[in-house]
Write a protein that binds this ligand. Structure first.
Ligand SMILES: [Mn+2]
Length: 446
């Protein structure tokens, strides 16, 4: 006797997917320069090239579907020419009738959740084969490799699942707990509606925490909303395609759960990370993924202590000559005594760095620190207040025993002020480049 369920399962096709994330088109332009031939910033061109390579690969394979896991732009209102650059690439998939899901990340959502998401225009325009994931929803997608279910989980804000009366009088940790409880219920609803024999992918823009429910959640409270991995690592999902974290990593094997990471380096915090995208084969019950590296623009930090050098200019030139700076975004940070400044010829250092794509020279004087202001905080006038507080506390060893409690109290305070949105943290926007600070001592030549 033939078991029909088994036959059906056995005949399920394998769907080939290209999974990419965190494009951030238009980020990090300060590391580029104007390309006189195109009129575009060279770093924007780098990001477009990276995206183009992903789409080229999707078409060349060809894959059965493309899943973009969120954060298309640095914010929800990118300039039109940057929106067009993104659209030009994704429209190639549409023209080739390759189904594409565009998930909404935190950077794609308009502030306070009132203005929608930049990617929703694709649905409004009815771009063929393009699906926008701006809510928790299951999409049934017909591909050349067979039918596929994709559950979209965009970046969650408090207003997505909670009303104002729900959260009144609650601490931030309690609100996060409540949000997770609501998410668990909503996700359960989607899971019950799934067709069990189809290959199924969860596409989520989230900070996924390896920790299970426990005390770690309180520690994570000031860092923003995180989702315990157990909530998403469900056997009904054959693959969990993540976005948000810029560093590529495999979080789980069963089911396979992966952050592909960003496709280009947004800033120096990604200097040592390999960039790329994933090719994934998904069938009911299993998935295989291959990380495909992208060449990417190299970033290079040179840190040199010149304070003991008899001839600081010569010492620094020697360091630069020995470094691989060809075509790289370079920051050269050198420590020296105030009286040595006269011995440096910045013009000659600039000439030595001409092989770089762009560079900045940052002097760190071995002088007593200015009191009153922390230079790190000058760099970003819109600094996240929690980060500003943490930076301040890092300089106040005497407050160390109180630091955690102060950060938690501040987070609660800010949360009580915030209007309908989980406090906007910056977990995927690494610390501002120190090179933007130290205004008095820095010289940037591009
Ligand atoms: Mn993000």
């Amino acid at each position: 006797m033939i078991n029909l369920a088994l036959v059906r399962q056995g005949s399920t096709a394998m769907v080939k997917i290209l999974h990419l994330s965190d494009i951030h088109l238009g980020s990090g332009l300060s590391h580029g320069r104007l390309n006189p031939e195109t009129g575009l910033n060279t770093r924007l061109e780098d990001f477009i090239t990276a995206l183009q390579r992903c789409i080229d690969r999707a078409l060349a394979e060809p894959v059965d579907a493309v899943l973009f896991a969120g954060d298309a732009f640095p914010d929800a209102t990118p300039p039109p020419f940057i929106q067009q650059a993104l659209a030009q690439q994704f429209c190639r998939l549409s023209a080739a009738q390759i189904p594409t899901v565009l998930l909404v990340g935190n950077h794609d959502q308009h502030a306070q959740g009132q203005g929608g998401a930049s990617l929703s225009i694709y649905r409004t325009l009815g771009v063929p084969a393009v699906v926008v994931g701006d809510r928790l929803e299951t999409h049934h997608i017909e591909t050349r490799g067979g039918d596929l279910q994709v559950v979209t989980l965009p970046w969650l804000t408090r207003s997505t699942l909670l009303t104002r009366p729900d959260t009144e009088g609650l601490s931030m940790a309690q609100i996060n707990d409540l949000l997770l409880d609501r998410l668990a219920v909503a996700l359960e609803g989607e899971i019950r509606g799934l067709q069990p024999h189809l290959p199924t992918v969860l596409l989520a823009h989230a900070m996924v925490d390896r920790a299970t429910y426990g005390a770690e959640r309180f520690l994570a409270a000031s860092r923003g909303f995180t989702i315990p991995i157990g909530l998403l690592a469900r056997p009904c999902f054959d693959y969990v395609a993540l976005g948000h974290v810029h560093r590529h990593q495999v979080l789980c094997q069963h089911p396979l759960m992966i952050y592909p990471g960003s496709i280009e380096r947004v800033d120096f915090s990604e200097e040592k990370e390999e960039k790329g995208y994933l090719l994934v084969e998904v069938e009911r019950g299993q998935a295989r993924a291959e990380f495909c590296p992208l060449p990417g623009r190299p970033f290079k930090t040179l840190e040199v202590d010149l304070s003991a050098a008899a001839d600081p200019q010569r010492a620094l030139l020697a360091e630069i000559a020995a470094a691989e700076v060809e075509g790289a975004v370079v920051r050269c940070i050198y420590q020296l005594r105030p009286e040595q400044r006269q011995q440096l010829d910045l013009g000659a250092l600039g000439s030595a760095l001409e092989r770089a794509h762009s560079y900045s020279l940052q002097a760190r004087l071995s002088a007593p620190r200015r009191e009153g202001r922390l230079s790190e905080l000058d760099s970003d006038p819109q600094a996240d207040p929690i980060r500003a507080l943490e930076t301040y506390l890092a300089h106040r060893q005497d407050l160390a025993p109180l630091a955690a409690a102060m950060v938690a109290a501040a987070a609660t305070l800010i949360e009580s002020q915030a209007d309908g949105e989980v406090f906007k943290h910056r977990v995927d926007m690494p610390a501002p480049d120190p090179e933007d600070g130290e205004a008095a001592e820095q010289l940037r030549l591009l």
